[in-house]
Write a protein that binds this ligand. Structure first.
Ligand SMILES: Nc1nc2c(c(=O)[nH]1)N[C@H]1C(S)=C(S)[C@@H](COP(=O)(O)O)O[C@H]1N2
Ligand SMILES: [Mo]
Length: 264
């Protein structure tokens, strides 16, 4: 599993995404990988310290549910698909933000290959979960493991929604959600599940991990929106990791021109 297997293709969508991005500095790679949210490894941002037992190879991702062609993709198969680099802003619901280059490809490639069938309207993502590898899964058995998230099918099919296998031009460090995660840049970060093992097409809106635990703080849609305060803080501004910069939060995290039409 080496980065050299990947092919980097410039795509129209990548260019569009970059254009939608106001000039903010790229977050330093070390800053980003040492300040992560990966609740399976604890509540701190220091998940990078607890990765030793986490096995990310071999790995596979199952695409299943209301599809004509269910398929289990091995990591090697996913890494052989053409990928590209996209610099996206990332906005956590906790009001920190970063700007990082992800490597991956639009999730719609896998969804189309699976041929979604009527009445599929939603996609559920399931993260890997194992108490022997993930300390907080062991310590907090009452939480609703595994971590799950969901999107409407049109959100999941949107060209901005990426299946990600790398960051900063190399394979994902484990704490960023190795070896395969989803990135949905116009939504709060918790909608971008890490270490995904299953992608299911469903007729009905799925329950999700954070929405189950605290529905008022984690609504299903959760598009980045400065005008809707979090129950415990304002969402008007965000701080850029590794800098002293505080910026205004952008509606749809700055991707409104590309996604606003989904919500009218
Ligand atoms: N499985 C899983 N996925 C997850 C999380 C998590 O705790 N577990 N945290 C989410 C949150 S709240 C954010 S902000 C992003 C953080 O991504 P990063 O740590 O790679 O920056 O991952 C999201 N995906
Ligand atoms: Mo987050």
């Amino acid at each position: 599993m080496t980065i050299s297997r990947r092919t980097f293709l410039a795509s129209a969508a990548g260019v569009l995404a970059a254009c939608a991005s106001p000039e903010r500095p790229l977050t330093d790679a070390t800053v980003a990988e040492r300040y992560t949210n990966f609740y399976e490894f604890g509540k701190g941002k220091d998940a990078w310290k607890y990765m030793d037992a986490f096995r990310t190879d071999p790995w596979s991702v199952e695409v299943t549910g209301l599809v004509a062609k269910p398929r289990r993709w091995t990591l090697e198969e996913l890494l052989r698909l053409p990928s590209e680099e996209r610099i996206y802003r990332h906005r956590c619901v906790e009001a920190w933000a970063m700007r990082v280059p992800w490597t991956g490809f639009p999730l719609n490639r896998l969804l189309r290959a699976a041929e979604p069938q009527h009445p599929a309207r939603f996609v559920r993502f399931t993260s890997f979960s194992d108490p022997t590898q993930m300390p907080a899964v062991a310590a907090r058995p009452w939480d609703h493991w595994p971590y799950t998230e969901g999107l409407r099918i049109d959100e999941a099919m949107h060209d901005l929604t990426l299946l990600v296998t790398g960051i900063y031009g190399r394979a994902l460090p484990k704490q960023h959600g190795a070896p395969v995660r989803i990135v949905v840049p116009w939504k709060y970060g918790f909608k971008s599940p890490k270490s995904v093992v299953k992608i299911e097409l469903l007729a009905n809106q799925p329950r999700t991990f954070w929405n189950d635990l605290a529905p008022a703080e984690y609504p299903f849609q959760s598009n980045v929106d400065p005008t809707v305060p979090h129950p415990r803080w304002s969402q008007l501004t965000e701080r850029l990791l590794g800098t002293w910069e505080v910026n205004r939060t952008l509606p749809f995290n700055g991707y409104g021109d590309l996604v606003r039409h989904l919500y009218v």
